[in-house]
Design a protein around this ligand. Structure first.
Ligand code: ARG
Length: 461
């Protein structure tokens, strides 16, 4: 057996690993992205071992120096990864032992790859959550900026994708701000559970060596230490939770993209996406397609897939660590990459949208979107809502029959439906007044939307 092929766990084996098995079981192809955390974790572990008198100061120094050299080599692209090395933990430990034979072999005392892999993954994920939080914050700011710019723009609001009631475009943007605000909170919550230090749980039962886990946690800036070694080595709740939070964010982005796609059609014609953020068709010269928005919508399915993959991976696992758990990394990495990529491009894409204010306003007034307000007008005159609902229903039917809009009716015609109608009904149902009437908390009036913007901007970070 060549030294390259020699396994660190090879002691009890009489035959070398089958080549197919080696290739099949290797995770080095994807878990190498954890190298930095693996090295940082090992340095903290070495310090702890020395502090506890389990290894000498001299060995600690040699280990740390060599690990730092390995880190530099990986970063410079000088470190060669071999799939016979199985995973990133083995690759680094093997290189350490090759470069510092005497000290290197002492590092793995009091730990196992089972707790090591979870440590690396938690360190990776807490960093990625921080980056994701920054991206979410940037997108929220963009929605606020647009809400301020478009404060005068009225658009038709929809339910069932049928024209319902006029709303401010700013109110629509702030709806996305609210969704992203909840996403931000969920990311924070999730990071609390990611930020728990599992090292020292060893294979599953802890170690008989006199380790100091609280010290390792402090070194690695973990506020919590895991409390059950069996749970610690087999827990992937934090991965599932993150992918779930990511799925919700993607769902929010996807819904926004769906509106962008719809609104950019000739049929809606509410917005234009600038050329820089659209693509053409290879056959139809006239086409300008919203591919960025479509791809974000598409990638949402992929992230949901990752969530289902992870949950399915976990559901039948006997306690404690099982090699199945190696399959947690690709769905997680793919989720992180997809999510960050989508958040960044959507924040940019939004800057390339032009909203067609007049067209939106024009569409906002048609389609009996003031009908509820006519009914509410009667309510204020003392007519019970159910009764006024029926009256306005008949009024709408009449308009449909005569091919007219409510706003075209004369006061005489209004009064044919109820004597409580007075001249001010005409003014009351202008699009602007319909919007501005919605003055209670959460409503779409300009007053309430501006209040919300002020609240948001005044909020402490
Ligand atoms: N590559 C493995 C994983 O990603 C590391 C832990 C391996 N542990 C073991 N006992 N084989 O889960």
């Amino acid at each position: 057996m060549s030294t390259r092929q020699k396994k660190l766990w090879g002691g009890r084996f009489r035959k070398p690993t089958n080549k197919m098995v080696e290739a099949f079981t290797a995770s080095i192809g994807f878990d190498r992205r954890l190298y930095r955390y693996d090295i940082e974790g090992s340095i903290a572990h070495a310090k702890m071992l020395a502090k506890q008198g389990i290894i000498s100061k001299k060995d600690e120094k040699a280990i740390i120096r060599t690990l730092r050299d390995i880190l530099k080599d990986i970063e410079k692209g000088k470190f060669v990864f071999h799939h016979e090395d199985e995973d990133i933990h083995m690759a680094i430990e093997k290189a350490l032992i090759a470069r510092a034979p005497e000290a290197g072999g002492k590092l793995h005392a009091g730990r196992s790859r089972n707790d090591q892999v979870s440590l690396d993954l938690r360190m990776y994920l807490r960093e990625e959550i921080e980056e994701t939080l920054n991206l979410v914050a940037a997108l929220k700011l963009q929605f606020i900026a647009m809400a301020k710019t478009e404060i005068g723009t009225i658009m038709p609001g929809y339910t069932h994708l049928q024209k319902a009631q006029p709303v401010l475009l700013s109110h629509y943007f702030l709806a996305y701000w609210e969704m992203l605000d909840r996403d931000e909170e969920r990311l924070w919550e999730c990071s609390k559970r990611v930020n728990v230090m599992p090292l020292g749980s060893a294979a599953l039962a802890g170690t008989g060596l006199p380790i100091d886990r609280a010290y390792t946690a402090r070194e690695l800036k973990f506020p919590e230490v895991s409390r059950n070694s069996m749970d610690a080595v087999s827990d992937r709740d934090y991965v599932a939770e993150f992918i779930f939070v990511a799925s919700l964010i993607m769902m929010h982005l996807s819904r926004f993209c769906e509106d962008v796609i719809l609104w950019s059609t000739a049929e809606f014609d509410f917005l234009e996406i600038s050329d820089a953020f659209t693509t053409g068709s290879s056959i139809m010269p006239q086409k300008k397609n919203p591919d960025v928005a479509e791809l974000v919508r598409g990638k949402t399915g992929r992230v949901y897939g990752n969530l289902v993959a992870l949950l399915t991976l976990m559901k039948g696992l006997p306690m404690t660590y099982n090699r199945d758990l190696q399959e947690d990394k690709e769905p997680l990495f793919d989720t992180v990459d997809s999510l960050k990529g989508c958040l960044a491009i959507i924040t940019e894409m939004i800057k390339h949208l032009t909203f067609k204010r007049e067209r939106m306003q024009e569409e906002a007034s048609g389609g009996f979107s003031a009908a509820t307000d006519v009914a509410e007008y009667l309510v204020m005159k003392g007519v019970p809502f159910r009764e006024s609902h029926g009256i306005v229903g008949r009024l709408v039917a009449h308009c449909l029959e005569k091919n007219r809009e409510i706003s075209d009716l004369t006061i005489k015609e209004f009064q044919r439906f109820h004597e409580a109608f007075e001249k001010d009904i005409v003014e009351r149902i202008s699009v602007k007044n319909v919007v501005d009437a919605r003055k209670s908390i959460g409503g779409t009036s300009e007053k309430m939307v501006l209040t919300r913007i002020r609240e948001i901007e005044g909020r402490k970070k």
